[in-house]
Design a binder for this molecule. Structure first.
Ligand code: ADP
Length: 495
């Protein structure tokens, strides 16, 4: 009898595998970090073999350690860092280069050029995205241009492209299945979110052969099964969603107007807008949340590139903490940031500013400023950036949030969560299961194979861990937010 669903959560800095039970609780988990490759400032790559090896190793480990019988695992759901792309040889399965990671600014110049040529509106209307290096399209084009002979090989059908979900499924099925889902496809700049297909006009702009692209299936159905040798017996693969959409699903944001914010390497806020796409006037993205049984759910999304990564910078760059959680104790030693503000625009600013040339800014330092103030300013920057995004979202959707569901590594930080509730002036709710990304992928897979009957059953699994009530005076909130916005202006157009 099926007791579990296995979620593969291929994140930006680590691969995780988690076994969930019917209540949506974690039965076993395994995690492995892998190397971040920085060829030059602003560029970020991963070795696809390191992604595969770490993902497979954690999946095998979690099955072994849990003692679960393979027949007890109903299905596998996959969630992944989005926009990151891999190109590989169809026959050998060998990647043609490192994966170009979502964070990489490699193609910023090319995107500027396309904007200057007047392409922004076309992409925006068809894909719901902004023309930015963050998304996959220009990254694929770059590899096709840079690697000698690659475009010809791709045109001859020898090269396949995939976001990480696609690459993993290709490997898991022994090269039998080349698929993705709309949540991932809608992040490529190549997928039309209204007609639900790869768009020839957009493919032409980048000269990307359609043949390279995976088939777009729904987010919840059986795509294939793993080869027997990987785990000892085949397991059905039955759910796919990009990490942020998966987290939205895992948080049970099924109603139009419900929203979640994930505090990981970046910060991502998504609001479910129902069956109609809401196009943004405020620099947000319109994206597909998931598609199930022919019904497509859209979301508005605000992406902040650097969030937890700023805490990592305190650890690795400034070296004023040894581990990320230590930031809470350090920042708690001061009442406030002492008018120090930190803008973590390491790779430019995302929503709602979209300033590729902004850079990190630390401002307001006096003789009295200490590392505690700086730590606090860095921590608070995660909350301020989330405020920027939520305000834009409320403006676009005409919906006022009445609470925010949170998750991700930095959501464990109580000081940050309280400050977030104060700055947003709404309660912030953290569920017991923090691993909502993996949980969402598990739900999508489990729903496809009847392990869970319907979304209502999934909603019942959501349980509150902690709620943070806003307690800051409005005048102070307004003052702090004005200072933040002033600091943002100073960070723009530095490059
Ligand atoms: P990802 O999935 O993007 O790799 P995670 O959700 O695992 O990210 O979160 C890891 C991030 O959270 C890291 O960038 C780390 O710096 C940050 N982080 C982890 N714990 C804390 C904490 N207690 N306070 C603040 N930041 C934290």
């Amino acid at each position: 009898m099926a007791k579990y669903v296995l979620a593969l959560d291929q994140g930006t800095t680590s691969s995780r595998s988690i076994l969930f039970n019917h209540q949506g609780q974690i039965e076993a988990t395994a995690q492995q970090e892998f190397e971040q490759i920085f060829p030059s400032p602003g560029l970020v790559e991963h070795n696809p073999e390191a992604i595969w090896d770490s993902q497979l190793a954690t999946a095998q480990k979690v099955i072994r350690q849990s003692g679960a019988d393979l027949s007890e695992i109903a299905a596998i759901g996959i969630t992944n860092q989005r926009e990151t792309i891999v190109l590989w040889d169809r026959d050998t399965g060998k990647p043609v280069s490192n994966a170009i990671v979502w964070q990489s600014r490699l193609t910023a110049g090319r995107c500027d050029q396309l904007k200057a040529e007047g392409y922004e509106k076309l992409f925006r209307e068809k894909t719901g995205l902004v023309l930015d290096a963050y998304f996959s399209g220009s990254k694929i084009e770059y590899l096709l241009n840079e690697i000698s002979g690659l475009r010809d090989q791709a045109k001859a059908g020898k090269i396949l492209m995939g976001t990480i979900d696609t690459f993993l499924i290709w490997r898991l099925t022994g090269g039998k299945v080349h698929v993705t889902d709309p949540s991932n496809a809608s992040r490529t700049l190549l997928y039309n979110i209204h007609t639900h297909e790869w768009d020839d006009e957009l493919l032409d702009v980048f000269d990307i052969p359609r043949y390279m692209l995976p088939e777009v299936k729904s987010s919840s159905e059986v795509y294939g099964e793993t080869t027997s040798e990987l785990f000892g017996a085949p397991i059905k693969i039955a759910g796919i969603a990009g990490d942020q959409q998966a987290a939205t699903f895992g948080q049970g944001c099924f109603e139009s107007g419900s929203a979640k914010n994930t505090y990981g390497t970046g910060c991502f806020m998504l609001m479910n807008t129902g069956e109609q796409p809401v196009l943004s006037d405020a620099g947000l993205l319109t994206t597909i949340g998931w598609s199930i049984n022919g019904k497509v759910t859209y979301c508005l999304e605000g992406s902040v590139f650097i969030a937890g990564a700023a805490i990592q910078w305190l650890r690795d760059g400034l070296q004023i903490i040894k581990t990320a959680p230590e930031v809470e104790a350090l920042a708690s030693q001061v009442e406030d940031s002492g008018d120090v503000f930190f803008i973590p625009a390491f790779v430019g600013l995302g929503a709602p500013y979209w300033n590729q040339d902004a850079r990190g800014t630390l401002i307001g330092i006096t003789r009295g400023s200490t590392k505690e103030h700086i730590a606090r300013a860095v921590l608070e920057s995660l909350a301020y950036q989330s405020c920027d995004v939520l305000h834009a979202m409320e403006q676009d959707s005409d919906i006022k949030l009445n609470s925010l569901k949170v998750d991700g590594g930095a959501a464990a930080n109580s000081l940050l969560m309280q400050f977030q509730a104060d700055m947003l002036d709404v309660p912030v709710q953290r569920p017991v299961v923090h691993e909502t990304t993996a949980l969402g992928a598990a739900y999508l897979a489990g729903l496809a194979v009847g392990f869970w009957q319907d979304q209502a059953e999934v909603t019942n699994n959501w349980a509150l861990d902690a709620e943070y009530q806003p307690s800051m005076e409005a005048s102070r909130r307004d003052h702090l937010y004005q200072r933040w916005q002033k600091a943002i202006e100073r960070s723009k157009d530095w490059v």
